[in-house]
Ligand binder design. Structure first.
Ligand SMILES: Nc1ncnc2c1ncn2[C@@H]1O[C@H](COP(=O)(O)OP(=O)(O)OP(=O)(O)O)[C@@H](O)[C@H]1O
Length: 867
């Protein structure tokens, strides 16, 4: 690429001009607001390649130089020909946008944009600089996204130059914008913006009035008070307490205990003098200054704590000084004056009576005290032990300064005193907590500086870590299948391992499943009463009271079944003797209004306490049979109600027919694994709550659960321990008849139900799902079969086998007995085989159960095939 020269610059300048013209044509809107995009300008870099070829290495540098020359030329010509307020200036914003695109695509120097910005800022007034900042802020993310390391110095330089030009007092908001721009552009851990040398803002001098001496009749000679080192060397000419000459009364740590507060006049100069030290804590390395600082803080605290701070105002206006330090004119003040505090003597009482003001000052004091304490021997020792890098930042360590023990003690006590003071008042504790947080952050900040600002960037998450956490998150949040053992239930596998027989025998112990007699609690409660009386200490007394309460509660629950009448006579919760008496009139629990007419048996509980899950096609007679069972044995069985999201009909009642819940409530229960089974029918959800079933069990009754075959499947999947009964119709025509009898179903819906019925029957026949299959032909005889099976565990002659109660699926108890059962069952069928057969049976109406299928109800099967 030898021979690059003016011609090349011209060639690029022409291309640049074309781009600028195009940019103007593309969009007429104010370009400060809207950045140009590469696609808008249709930049292809083809012309650049034509001019420079595919430049690399040295040639690339030349390309950069040529582009910079051409760009600067264009930049200068816009700058010379127009002002920043003119609409024509948008050509310059366009130029900067184009440079930004070029630099992102590595066609020009990455920092070129900021070099130009730097020059632009130099060429503008403060008002113009605001516009330039409008431009920078609107594109901050875009222009700092790429090649930041090559740009950062230019950004820092431009911003700092600008800050130097701005008056903190008059352009406060603009200063803030510049700082914000820097904070947002530079990463948090960027060192270049850190005050590594721990320099203080020494220009920030607080000036205040010099008061004439209290006993002076000479009037109001103007005086000044300077607080920096320079004037500190001069002896104070007034007999006011000065920071250089602390009053001897203020020594030690007795400031808050004995010292009476000064008058406001006395405190005023001392108080404002403190700003010198709060501003430049390094001055405290001087012992005299430190003494003055202590005096000032103690006097201030004494005043802040004084109840009269609102009433010691000064009335004599004539005594007030009229001039400020250094004979500054108002104009001078405007330039140098930091608008931090209003220090007029007139305002002093008002200021110190203001809680926010006092808090503000005390927080500054706390910061300086922390600084001092970081120089104590103890802190130094701690720092020496800490793991520091080889080249720690010594400028903020102040290795040569050590705070003496006396002074450390003073600082600690003062800190405590200020903390106690700040914590007072309505929001004091909250405010102090906030201050503590800030202070501890500040300590960490200093430590980070001492350690030479190590990177705080965390390493990026690796793809492997990401995938791993995604997987485990998925695992914890996906809806789990029902647990093999319901929550809170015991895994009884141990019974099968050792001493199986003994374990089983122990389980048969009636005390494990029968309710204890009420009387058994009487003596135990008496013993507890004795323990309560004899207890030596509160602990054993409380333990006895708790034990008694537990027994009393259990006794009351048992009594509630038969001795409800006694409850009226109980007057105190800890005195329930009445329920142990025999001669109380017994209240029979009511079932419903006409139970007298029913053939109600006494509570004869089935020996097998597992819930009864009854399934069968719609219309087969499940409700009818369950109703009969509950009417005849109200004390032995409890019907499980389902939760549903479907609307309640006018005849139905919540808690009687269903638990009617909203979709949201249903979802919460489902996601909380509360359902033993759930399904969706016609867009409405139905579910069996584990708690409802457990509730029935806790009353000593056996739950009766009606559900479809999918529900049964879910219970089985979750290894829910129950007895599963399938109720089959004698034939499809009979089923159709019964469905019609319901009266509420359309022909369509009956047809659909019959189809589902055939599928359910086929599945019941072909799998080992059910412990018992009962055909509901004649109602009374069916009921008798049902009762017989439930109470005696005897098969009803309808089914080929009864599966062992401990869930061993492959053990056949009895063989087929009735003529209706076509084939014997192969007990060791695998689940897979069963499923396949079910699928075949469901899939075709021609399918005939094979030799090794589960019990078959031939009449129903025949009907199904015909249909
Ligand atoms: N053995 C029977 N002989 C004749 N009719 C019967 C017999 N059992 C029940 N029915 C009648 O069949 C109809 C349907 O019975 P039921 O409502 O109990 O069925 P279901 O299985 O509970 O239906 P669903 O699941 O739709 O609630 C009722 O009118 C009932 O009187």
């Amino acid at each position: 690429m030898a021979g690059l020269g003016v011609e090349v610059v011209d060639a690029f300048a022409e291309y640049l001009r074309a781009l600028l013209d195009k940019a103007e044509a593309v969009n007429q809107v104010d370009r400060i607001e809207v950045p140009l995009t590469k696609s808008e300008l249709d930049i292809s870099y083809e012309p650049i390649r034509n001019i420079f070829g595919s430049a690399t290495g040295e040639d690339k540098k030349r390309q950069y130089a040529v582009i910079e020359t051409a760009v600067r030329d264009a930049f200068n010509s816009v700058l010379a020909s127009t002002t920043i307020d003119s609409p024509a200036f948008s050509r310059l914003w366009n130029l900067l946008d184009i440079v930004s695109i070029f630099s992102d695509d590595e066609q020009c120097e990455p920092a070129l944009l900021f070099w130009l910005v730097e020059e632009l800022l130099d060429s503008q007034t403060i008002a113009g600089c605001r516009k330039v900042f409008d431009y920078l802020e609107s594109r901050r993310e875009r222009i700092t996204a790429k090649h930041f390391s090559q740009k950062n110095l230019a950004i820092l330089r431009s911003c700092n130059d600008l800050l130097r030009r701005l008056s903190r007092a008059e352009d406060t908001a603009f200063c803030g914008r510049v700082f914000m721009f820097m904070f947002q552009s530079f990463p948090l851990g960027e060192r270049s913006t850190v005050n590594l040398r721990g320099e203080y803002h020494t220009e920030n001098v607080t000036t205040f009035e010099v008061l004439p001496p209290a006993d002076s009749s000479a009037g109001t000679e103007a005086e000044q008070m300077d607080l920096d080192e320079e004037s500190a060397a001069k002896p104070a000419s007034k007999p006011i307490p000065s920071i250089q000459e602390p009053p001897s009364t203020a020594r030690g740590v007795t400031f808050s205990k004995t010292d009476a507060p000064m008058s406001a006049d006395e405190l005023y100069p001392i108080f404002w003098s403190l700003q010198t030290y709060l501003n430049q804590p390094k001055k405290l390395f001087n012992q005299t200054s430190f003494g003055a600082f202590k005096t000032g803080i103690e006097a201030t605290m004494a005043m802040f704590k004084s109840p009269q701070i609102n009433h010691n105002g000064r009335s004599d206006e004539s005594k007030r000084g009229t001039k400020r330090k250094r004979s500054q004119s108002d104009d001078d003040l405007a330039n140098a004056f930091n608008p931090k505090y209003l220090t007029s003597r007139d305002l002093f009482e008002l200021e110190i009576s203001d809680l926010s003001f006092r808090r503000n000052i005390l927080v500054q004091v706390l910061i300086v005290l922390d600084f001092l304490l970081s120089l104590s021997a103890k802190a130094k020792e701690k720092l020496a032990k800490a793991k520091l890098p080889d080249n720690p930042n010594k400028s903020v360590m102040y290795a040569d300064q050590v705070l003496g023990d006396e002074d450390s003690k003073w600082a600690v006590e003062m800190k405590k005193s200020i903390a106690d003071y700040l914590k007072q008042g309505l929001e004091g504790p909250f405010f102090y907590r906030m201050v503590e947080t800030v202070l501890s952050r500040d300590k960490n900040w200093v430590r980070w500086k001492i350690e030479n600002c190590p990177s705080i960037a965390k390493p990026a998450v690796t793809p492997a870590e990401y995938l791993e956490s995604k997987k485990s998150a998925k695992k914890t949040t996906t809806n789990k299948r029902i647990r093999p053992h319901p929550l809170g239930s015991l895994d009884l596998k141990f019974l099968a391992e050792n001493d199986a027989q003994g374990g089983l025998e122990r389980l048969k112990d009636p005390s494990r499943y029968r309710l204890p007699s009420i009387k058994s609690f009487q003596s135990k409660i008496d013993l507890d009463d004795m323990d309560i009386e004899m207890a030596r200490d509160d602990e054993s007394k409380n333990a006895a009271i708790e034990a008694k309460a537990s027994k009393a509660w259990r006794a009351l629950r048992i009594a509630s079944r038969t001795k409800l009448v006694a409850f009226d006579k109980i007057e105190r919760a800890d005195k329930i003797d009445i329920i142990f008496q025999d001669d109380i009139k017994v209240d029979e629990p009511a079932v419903n209004g006409d139970e007298d007419n029913l053939d109600i048996e006494d509570a004869v509980a089935p020996t097998d306490k597992r819930p009864i899950a009854i399934s069968g096609p719609s219309g087969v007679g499940k409700d009818t049979l369950v109703k009969l069972l509950l009417e005849k044995h109200p004390k032995s069985f409890g019907k499980k109600l389902s939760h549903t999201t479907r609307a309640k009909s006018t005849e139905e009642a919540h808690g009687k027919d269903y638990f009617f819940v909203t979709q949201e409530e249903f979802n919460i229960l489902r996601d909380g694994d509360d359902f033993l089974e759930y399904s969706s029918i016609n867009g409405k959800d139905y579910g069996t709550s584990r708690k409802v079933v457990e509730g029935i069990v806790s009353t000593g009754k056996v739950p009766i659960m009606e559900m479809d075959h999918q529900g049964i499947q879910q219970l089985k999947d979750g290894e829910f321990q129950a007895r599963f009964i399938f109720l089959a119709p004698p034939g499809i025509p009979e089923l159709e008849q019964r469905l019609k009898q319901k009266g509420s179903l359309s022909d369509e819906s009956i047809k659909a139900k019959l189809k589902t019925a055939q599928e359910a029957i086929a599945q019941a026949n072909s799998t080992n799902m059910y412990d018992e299959i009962i055909v509901n032909d004649e109602l009374q005889s069916t009921f008798a079969k049902l009762e017989s099976y439930i109470f005696k565990g005897k098969d009803t002659g309808e089914v080929s086998k009864i599966i062992q109660l401990d869930g061993a699926q492959d053990e056949i108890k009895e063989e087929l007995k009735t003529e209706e059962i076509a084939t014997p069952v192969a007990g060791n069928e695998s689940a897979m085989e069963v499923d396949e057969k079910a699928a075949v049976t469901e899939g075709t109406s021609e399918a005939v159960p094979s030799q090794d299928t589960a019990p078959t109800i031939t009449t129903v099967e025949a009907e199904a095939r015909e249909t």
